[in-house]
Design a protein around this ligand. Structure first.
Ligand SMILES: *[C@@H]1O[C@H](CO)[C@@H](O)[C@H](O)[C@H]1NC(C)=O
Ligand SMILES: *[C@@H]1O[C@H](CO)[C@@H](O)[C@H](O)[C@H]1NC(C)=O
Ligand SMILES: *[C@@H]1O[C@H](CO)[C@@H](O)[C@H](O)[C@H]1NC(C)=O
Ligand SMILES: *[C@@H]1O[C@H](CO)[C@@H](O)[C@H](O)[C@H]1NC(C)=O
Ligand SMILES: *[C@@H]1O[C@H](CO)[C@@H](O)[C@H](O)[C@H]1NC(C)=O
Ligand SMILES: *[C@@H]1O[C@H](CO)[C@@H](O)[C@H](O)[C@H]1NC(C)=O
Ligand SMILES: *[C@@H]1O[C@H](CO)[C@@H](O)[C@H](O)[C@H]1NC(C)=O
Ligand SMILES: *[C@@H]1O[C@H](CO)[C@@H](O)[C@H](O)[C@H]1NC(C)=O
Length: 770
């Protein structure tokens, strides 16, 4: 009850707050682009004051507004849909007049009659679909003839808006906005400044994309799209906005546009990665562009251990992985830009485009930054309401807190005693102080973060004695994490084997719980085997693991599992065996890591049952997903999946074969049954001498992933089958495949990879003519 009341007042508080901040003039706008395939219904409109629906086009013969029939429903429902989450959000119909359509636009603006048709149609369409304004996008600064025409259009347009509203009493006048690019450096090309000042509510300045590499040796299929840039005169956000001010614009008529995308390029020389460095081509799209969320997943997948560098001069992050060079606006850059816009006294910001944000991360940051120092006189009533709401909130919180404290007391007690138990347990792990670890990791610097473990981030560090370590830090807010942490400490201190990651020590001070491992310089197996799709992150990475090395790794994993199942004092079921949990030391020896979800059995126990389904997509056997049953055969199944991945370089989340109709296991089984196993192998393993061994591996793997756990071989049998090449081997039955949590994440990874490879993937930066 108390919680409900609190929630209610929190909501009330925020909605009031929201209305307050929209009552001042700070603009938080964003573009939704119809071709992005991002559904309008998923826009979090509470984060914005204005939303642009993009793009309508212009009919080349009638100069009427043209909306592609595919998107007509979305356009007509746009305003209603976004107002559901934020009734005060203002919507604008965005009209495209750039690139391929610039000729239509130029011929429209030089004739009074065509201007009139365009203007009338634009107002009609905006009214028909319930938009509150119009936005013109894509018009570059030009010569004086074309700009005089543009000026005339804008003035006529504004006059028409005024006239339309006076005859349309009850409706407020439509807003009129335009995007502006840079002015040419030579002052030859301008915009019709006076008409724009008079007619427009504001100008959205696209002050970005000034820092692409020089493409002096790029001869790709789309090389004609790119001009060459001279590194002597790089623009940045500051000097670009400054130019608008210098030309006579008021800061209060300018809105700063920020990109939710960046660019990925192939550098000519991996060591020359400065702004303007030569590049030989783009990674994915024809212009190298990549949305923020894809950049994030790209860096997670391939940027292990590397950190992006923020360059304040350009207000952008740069990131180099092998020969790949990526620039993008990080959270840090967005914060800096919003502060900059505030400092300069601009009217607000606009983002392009919404669909590229990652779970609203950037938009949330931008909103937080913008709302800081807003000074305005809020009506007394609202202030009183807020005070009342806060008082009730406070009381609610106290009640809640007391209640929770009461409830938690006993739980906390157990927890504390458990903590004491294991720290006084006489274990042989080194106990390290928080100070030591903090110094070793440079105060957990983001540049030292090398990954995200099951229950918290993992950092690289160097102990005072010079030893390199990996530090897994339990995230403070994770309750489940605490269980996994404890579990991992208890298990790993008893386990010692060359194919398990050596745990060196723990740190257990008050709130801080950390596990310290030996650092594995060669990262994890996934880093190599899935590198085939993205050749340019490191063109040689995939070839680093030839068949000899892969065989060695398979042997090591087999030994590690044999130890866990047969040769240690307990039977250990790992329950999260996967490519990213197989780490590689300096000699490429595999080490199984991450025992947070592992379970120990006594030798006579066969299987157990759990309600909590854990594990990673594609690696979890069907009996576990169905009934929560786990046994040694759980890990055998995961091992089989891993084996298939090692020989094929393929992910479990993707679909294969004709029409992408098979999952990884089905695909392997089908090829094997049809005697086409060769098709399945990673092409970098193209070596006829190993074919027979690869086929043997494939058959063993297929035995491991059979539906019935009893049909799967034990690890001892697996070992024998791989070692003794003349041992008789049975014929695998059809494999079983199941879906679990992480599904979305993995499938997104697969999709993003497909996109990364697809040259046809539509450019996401169509606002930027190039
Ligand atoms: C433009 O308008 C003309 C005349 O109404 C129409 O015939 C034509 O199909 C329109 N063009 C497009 C691309 O819709
Ligand atoms: C638009 O709204 C109509 C009526 O509210 C609804 O039937 C239709 O499915 C909606 N279309 C889309 C694309 O959301
Ligand atoms: C307007 O521009 C179009 C195409 O650029 C041209 O064909 C036409 O002659 C121009 N009309 C006038 C009145 O300048
Ligand atoms: C000015 O620009 C327009 C449209 O871009 C072009 O048609 C025209 O030839 C240009 N005029 C001059 C004098 O450069
Ligand atoms: C500035 O705009 C002009 C066209 O108006 C374009 O040719 C030039 O490349 C732009 N410069 C930069 C740095 O974007
Ligand atoms: C340009 O590419 C060609 C062929 O790929 C190469 O031989 C040449 O050295 C390159 N030039 C520069 C300046 O990188
Ligand atoms: C921005 O540019 C102006 C004028 O070019 C300059 O005076 C100012 O120092 C610059 N600010 C920053 C933060 O670079
Ligand atoms: C930003 O990049 C430019 C060009 O590469 C370089 O000269 C400058 O030193 C960098 N600034 C920072 C703060 O890294």
């Amino acid at each position: 009850m108390a919680a409900k009341t609190t929630t209610f007042f929190v909501l009330l508080f925020f909605s009031l707050n929201l209305q307050c901040s929209s009552s001042d003039n700070w603009i938080r706008a964003g573009y939704w682009v119809s071709s992005s395939a991002f559904p309008v219904s998923e826009i979090n409109s509470a984060l914005f004051t204005h939303l642009m629906c993009a793009f309508a086009r212009i009919n080349s013969s009638t100069y009427h507004i043209l909306i592609d029939s595919t998107y007509e429903q979305s356009f007509s429902n746009f305003t209603n849909t976004v107002k559901r989450k934020n009734p005060s959000v203002i919507t604008l119909l965005s009209i495209w007049a750039g690139k391929q359509d610039s000729a239509i636009f130029s011929s429209m603006i030089n004739q009074s009659s065509s201007r009139q048709s365009f203007i009338e149609s634009s107002i009609e369409t905006a009214r028909l679909y319930g938009f509150d304004g119009l936005d013109l996008v894509g018009v570059m600064a030009g010569n004086s003839t074309s700009m005089t025409n543009l000026g005339t259009l804008l003035e006529d347009w504004r006059a028409a808006l005024v006239a339309s509203e006076s005859s349309n009493s009850g409706k407020s006048e439509l807003l009129m906005v335009m995007t502006g690019y840079n002015f040419s450096e030579t002052r030859l090309l301008s915009y019709p400044v006076e008409s724009m000042k008079k007619s427009l509510d504001w100008v959205v300045v696209l002050a970005f994309d000034y820092y692409l590499p020089t493409r002096y040796n790029f001869t790709g299929p789309h090389s004609a799209l790119y001009g060459s840039s001279s590194s002597s005169s790089w623009l940045n956000v500051n000097n670009s906005i400054q130019e608008w001010l210098n030309r006579g614009f008021l800061a209060t008529k300018l809105v700063l546009c920020m990109p939710y995308h960046g660019y990925a390029w192939i550098l000519v020389n991996a060591n020359d990665n400065s702004v303007g460095a030569p590049a030989s081509g783009q990674i994915i799209n024809i212009d190298g562009s990549m949305g923020y969320k894809y950049i994030k997943s790209f860096i997670e997948d391939y940027g292990y251990g590397a950190a992006s560098v923020y360059n304040g001069t350009f207000g952008v992050n740069f990131f180099t992985i092998g020969q790949t060079w990526i620039n993008f606006d990080s959270v840090e850059a967005i914060r800096a830009k919003v502060s900059f816009a505030k400092e300069k006294g601009l009217l607000g910001y606009s983002v392009f485009q919404l669909g590229n944000d990652d779970n609203w991360e950037l938009s949330t940051v931008a909103k937080g930054q913008g709302g800081k120092d807003q000074k305005n006189e809020r009506p007394l009533l609202i202030i009183i309401l807020i005070i009342v709401a806060m008082a009730i909130l406070l009381i609610g919180t106290i009640v809640c807190y007391l209640k929770r404290k009461f409830n938690l007391k006993s739980r906390m007690k157990n927890r504390t005693s458990a903590t004491e138990n294991f720290s006084c347990n006489g274990h042989n792990l080194l106990v390290l102080s928080f100070t030591t670890i903090r110094e070793a990791t440079d105060n957990f610097a983001s540049g030292n973060k090398i990954g995200e473990g099951g229950y918290g981030p993992v950092y690289k560090g160097r102990l005072p004695n010079g030893q390199e370590v990996a530090v897994k830090r339990l995230s403070k807010f994770s309750h489940q994490g605490w269980e996994e942490f404890k579990n991992e400490v208890e298990l790993t201190e008893r386990l010692q084997h060359v194919n398990l990651v050596p745990v060196l020590g723990i740190c257990n001070e008050k709130e801080e719980k950390m596990l310290i491992y030996e650092f594995m310089p060669n990262k994890s197996l996934d880093f190599y085997i899935f590198a085939s799709l993205i050749l340019y992150t490191d063109p040689h990475r995939r070839y680093l693991l030839d068949w000899r090395k892969r065989a060695h790794i398979i042997e090591g994993i087999t030994q590690g599992l044999l130890y866990l199942q047969e040769y240690s004092n307990f039977t250990i079921i790992h329950r999260d065996l996967k490519a990213s949990n197989v780490l590689l030391d300096s000699d490429m020896n595999p080490k199984i890591s991450d025992f947070g979800m592992a379970k120990a059995f006594t030798k006579d126990e066969r299987e157990a049952n759990t309600r909590r389904i854990v594990g990673t997509y594609g690696y979890v056997p069907p009996e576990y997903v169905r009934n929560g049953i786990y046994s040694k055969k759980y890990d055998v199944y995961s091992y089989g999946v891993l084996l298939l991945q090692i020989i094929s370089g393929k992910r479990t989340a993707c679909y294969y074969g004709p029409n992408d109709s098979f999952n990884l296991l089905e695909f392997a089984y089908k090829l094997w049954k049809d005697g086409e196993g060769m098709e399945f192998f990673d092409s970098s393993l193209d070596d006829s001498s190993s074919t027979w061994k690869l086929m043997r591996c494939m058959q063993v793997a297929l035995l491991c992933v059979q539906e019935n756990p009893a049909d799967r071989p034990t690890m001892l049998e697996v070992y024998t089958l791989l070692k003794n090449e003349i041992a008789t081997i049975t014929t695998p039955r059809e494999p079983a495949f199941s879906f679990t949590r992480d599904e979305d994440e993995e499938i997104n990874k697969c999709r993003s990879e497909m996109r990364k490879c697809s040259i046809n993937y539509e450019s996401i930066t169509q606002l930027v003519p190039r």
